[in-house]
Each structure stands twice: as structure tokens, then as C-alpha cells.
Design a protein around this ligand. Structure first.
Ligand SMILES: [Mg+2]
Length: 190
């Protein structure tokens, strides 16, 4: 197990990690998910402080793409419809030039286990399935969508003195189009 202070990059599953695992099935087939803003703030802070971050999920949704972008995770680090999470994690590691041993991967269900084992720090939320809890190097005391990501990111960034924020460049956790509409509507320079 790699120590928190030696982690250089993160990769996350979505359902059950960023969320509580529940999805709202819409009539058009899309699935709506609820994200925890505190977890998302932590990921944005990690990105802003130079930690490459990836999302590796079996799911797919345009709203997920927008959410990833708002976290500072570009398309090049977004792996949707993933069939082999370990292979995608390896691809991400090669792309950013970080050894898998220096990556923390967070997952909650059986398809995540190979990526957790490949990563130097395999993490899961408290309510991950039993097989994942057994495979994890570290189990957060917080559930998916309830702070497990915040917990991990703070433990990694703080000892590296990289839990830092730029007050002049606050995180805007909104879709860019919404920011543009707001600016146009109010005349504010945001
Ligand atoms: Mg999951």
C-alpha cells in the first residue's frame, strides 16, 4: 500500500463513489445522478494543485461529461463505457506519466477490483460491497456520495502542502453555459 503522502494522481469510479449509487431512470433512457458538492470541490482542488484526475466508469451520460469538465477533468481523462477499468487506469497512467503505484483508485463494486489492485492505493467507501472492502488497501469511514472522496483527497493533499485555494479563482461548480447565461442576464463580469 502506497502512503497518502506519496500519491500523485487519482482515478475514480462514479456510481457509488461520487454518488450514493442511486440513479433516477428517466423516460428517455438517461440516468440522473446526485453529486456531493464537497467531494467535487476536493477533486477540483486536486486538479488545480497539479494532481491528474481521471474518471473511469461503465456508465455514460452527457451530464457526466459536463460534471467532469466542471471538475477540471477533460475528455482525455474521461473513460466512459469502460469494459476493463485496470486497462483504462494503465492508459491514464501512461498518458500522465505517473506510475500506477503512485495512483489512488476509488471504487465500490466488483468491476472496480482489478483497477484497485493495480493502483498503489485502492480505496473504497464504507458502503462498498464486501468483496471490494476486502480488496481495498483503505476503507473510508464515509459512504459513497457522502464524503469518501473528500476524505481521501484531504489525506493526500494536506501532507504534501497542496490543499491550497486561489481566492481569486474560486471553483465554479456549474456548467459553463449556465455561467454565460447568468453573466448575460445580469451584466456581471464573472
Ligand atoms: Mg460504482
Amino acid at each position: 500500500m502506497t502512503r497518502f503522502e506519496d500519491i500523485k494522481a487519482f482515478a475514480f469510479d462514479i456510481d457509488g463513489v461520487f454518488t450514493d449509487g442511486l440513479v433516477l431512470a428517466m423516460p428517455d433512457g438517461d440516468l440522473l445522478r446526485q453529486f456531493n458538492s464537497k467531494d467535487c470541490f476536493a477533486v477540483r482542488t486536486a486538479v488545480d494543485n497539479g494532481f491528474p484526475c481521471a474518471i473511469i466508469t461503465g456508465g455514460v451520460s452527457l451530464s457526466l461529461v459536463h460534471r467532469a469538465h466542471s471538475l477540471g477533468i477533460g475528455d482525455e481523462h474521461l473513460y466512459m463505457l469502460s469494459k476493463d477499468k485496470a486497462e483504462d487506469l494503465l492508459h491514464f497512467c501512461r498518458r500522465v506519466g505517473v506510475d500506477p503505484a503512485q495512483v489512488a483508485f476509488v471504487g465500490d463494486d466488483i468491476p472496480d477490483i482489478p483497477a484497485m489492485e493495480l493502483a498503489g492505493l485502492g480505496v473504497c467507501p464504507a458502503d462498498a460491497v464486501a468483496e471490494v472492502r476486502s480488496a481495498a488497501d483503505w476503507v473510508s469511514e464515509f459512504n459513497g456520495g457522502r464524503g469518501c472522496i473528500r476524505d481521501l483527497v484531504e489525506r493526500v493533499l494536506k501532507p504534501q502542502d497542496r490543499w491550497r485555494f486561489d481566492p481569486k479563482n474560486p471553483w465554479k461548480g456549474s456548467h459553463p453555459a449556465a455561467i454565460t447565461q447568468y453573466a448575460q442576464h445580469t451584466g456581471k463580469n464573472v
